[in-house]
Design a protein around this ligand. Structure first.
Ligand code: ATP
Ligand code: MG
Length: 216
């Protein structure tokens, strides 16, 4: 019996870094999402297709079974909550860290010591809420959808919680990383029902992903 498999990916780094893992499973995507307008991409395997969605939408497509599996950052998975998702493999791709950053002139440590109420702008409100709660720091969280670095520069917030890789964006905006919240990498997520119903079809792909990501 042939079983269709649908893999959810986002454009950019996740798509690019997932390609070698798919390759290890013998699967090649035959169109480039950067130049194609298609949102459903074929592969060399007639039973496997890739759908292109926003990074933060990957868990939702997989949760509801519109995709059987997908690749999503730990940042995105923590905000989503992981409901309905089996998360078997850390793929060790799209690595970065989640951090607190403030303008270079702002004394974060002493603000925290004095128990000041901080305004924090972030896309990652759930993770930020948990982080500051665990430290006993009082915060007002301001939800943004991008360009968090701008917020403290124009007085929207005292601090930001954002992803950092090289730190060059922070430096270019006179921001300083003052607290490391967690390491981030991308995970394979699988729909729980698909894992049971399509186990035989999924198994070799999951194994190939696991072996290929171990060496990273
Ligand atoms: P969108 O561009 O649709 O708003 P996004 O910015 O979350 O979404 P990407 O920039 O493609 O989309 O990021 C996808 C994932 O890659 C993130 O969820 C995160 O796990 C990881 N990531 C984000 N920024 C970096 C970075 N600078 N270096 C390495 N990995 C990163
Ligand atoms: Mg981005």
């Amino acid at each position: 019996m042939s079983q269709q498999l649908t893999l959810a990916l986002s454009k950019g780094r996740i798509f690019e870094e997932t390609m070698p893992l798919l390759q290890a499973a013998g699967i090649t995507v035959t169109e480039d999402p950067e130049t194609s307008r298609k949102l459903i991409l074929p592969t060399n395997d007639p039973d496997v297709r890739v759908i292109i969605v926003r990074a933060s939408d990957v868990p939702t497509y997989v949760q509801y079974g519109a995709a059987d599996f997908g690749v999503a950052g730990k940042d995105v998975l923590l905000e989503h909550g992981g409901e309905g998702l089996y998360q078997p493999i850390d793929l060790n791709i799209a690595k970065c860290r989640m951090s607190v950053a403030v303008p270079t002139g702002f004394d974060y440590a002493s603000a925290v010591r004095q128990g000041a109420r901080l305004r924090v702008a972030t896309k990652y409100v759930e993770t930020a809420r948990q982080h500051f709660a665990s430290k006993g720091v009082h915060v007002d969280l301001i939800k943004l959808y991008g360009s968090m670095e701008l917020a403290p520069l124009v007085g929207l917030s005292d601090a930001i919680v954002d992803l950092v890789s090289t730190g060059s964006t922070l430096r270019a905006n006179h921001l300083l990383e003052v607290e490391h919240i967690m390491e981030i990498s991308s995970r394979l997520v699988v729909n729980q029902a698909a894992l049971k119903i399509k186990r035989e079809r999924l198994r070799p792909i999951l194994e190939a992903f696991e072996n290929a990501s171990k060496g990273r």
